[in-house]
Write a protein of this length. Structure first.
Length: 137
């Protein structure tokens, strides 16, 4: 069964995503970051490339990039990821393919709308019998 982890009380989503991405790559795990749409994928990608002038987070943006250019970290806005290790959800709903991953990570910021949407997703997973770990930041 998919391990579900909620990180709550996060100050800002993208800087926290950088930390998660760095940790994922350091652990040599493969991850898919699910975004809302193509524009969101583009803005997340730009942030991953430019968050620090001395380093970057290598990643691919699918499905626009061919399979031979995919990295261990993939941004997607559809349900077609080939990575089945870690799924990081940046959308307001549970991704359709989440149960095929070993681990699902949900990020809940301190913003009111993020908290409300996070509560709804938490309840949705819990009502389906998933055990959920919560890490308060």
């Amino acid at each position: 069964m998919t391990e579900i982890i909620f990180y709550t009380g996060v100050n800002e989503e993208l800087p926290f995503l950088v930390k998660l991405s760095e940790k994922t790559l350091k652990m040599r795990r493969r991850a898919c970051i699910v975004t809302r749409d193509a524009d969101h994928s583009k803005s997340v990608s730009e942030y991953l490339w430019s968050h620090d002038p001395t380093k970057f987070i290598p990643h691919s943006v699918g499905p626009e990039e061919p399979n031979n250019k995919r990295t261990s970290l993939e941004l997607r806005h559809d349900d077609e990821s080939s990575h089945l290790d870690v799924l990081i959800n940046l959308t307001a709903k549970a991704p359709g393919q989440f149960s095929s991953f070993q681990r699902l990570i949900e990020i809940v910021t301190q913003q009111k709308d993020s908290i409300e949407v996070g509560r709804q997703r938490f309840k949705w997973y819990r009502d389906r019998g998933y055990a959920i770990k919560v890490h308060k930041m």
